[in-house]
Design a protein around this ligand. Structure first.
Ligand code: 5GP
Length: 193
């Protein structure tokens, strides 16, 4: 895809490390420069989520069809039977609007994009202060069952081992500081002012 000379910014982290808060901060502050890349996903929407805004919620059949038609830049089965992926059409939509896509995706998908497009991708890894803190954050968020919380905590420990694959590691022990660090890295990459 030659269009990938356009830039891509990825915020990645284990689930619960705070990447969504950092992504939201950046999008609120630079709506004219950055745009959220809406992923496709096969999980059910949460009560507050909207199709086309938070995710493109697809059936498993539809998602698999798009894999076959090579419509994804990357996709992963993030949890058992639950697929998530970045559509080429989504990146193109954002580039056409003259903005840079900001992707909030998990670690393997982020590595996959960065390996394919090392010169045009900035990938920031958000590190939680500790796995215990991560567990506390997920509990407070209240969106997980006991099983899914355990699965996310186990997965997080594994994902932390990949942190050195990324352009910059940002430790989220203070959300405000982490937001500013991400902002500075992105400013140097695309120029936000
Ligand atoms: P959640 O179900 O909590 O919305 O997301 C679960 C995980 O999937 C999060 O780490 C989120 O960042 C990740 N994710 C969301 N969209 C994508 C995507 O398009 N590709 C990949 N690889 N991961 C994604």
């Amino acid at each position: 895809m030659s269009e990938l000379a356009h830039k891509i910014i990825i915020i990645t982290a284990p689930s619960g490390a705070g990447k969504t808060s950092i992504t939201r901060y950046l999008l609120d502050k630079y709506p004219g420069k950055l745009a959220f890349s809406v992923s496709a996903a096969t999980r059910s929407p949460r009560s507050y989520e909207q199709d086309g805004t938070d995710y493109y919620f697809l059936s498993l059949d539809n998602f698999k069809q798009k894999i076959q038609h090579n419509e994804f830049v990357e996709w992963e089965m993030v949890y058992e039977g639950k697929y998530y992926g970045t559509l080429k059409s989504e990146l193109e939509r954002i580039w056409k609007a003259g903005k840079t896509p900001l992707l909030d995706i998990e670690v393997k998908g982020a590595i996959h994009i960065r390996e394919q497009y090392p010169d045009t991708t900035l990938a920031l890894f958000i590190e939680p202060p500790s796995v215990d803190e991560l567990r506390r954050r997920l509990e407070n968020r209240g969106t997980e069952t006991v099983e899914s919380l355990l699965a996310r905590v186990n997965k997080a420990s594994y994902e932390l081992s990949f942190k050195h694959h990324f352009d910059q590691i940002i430790v989220n022990d203070d959300l405000n500081k982490a937001c500013k660090e991400a902002e500075a890295a992105i400013d140097a990459f695309v120029g936000l002012q």
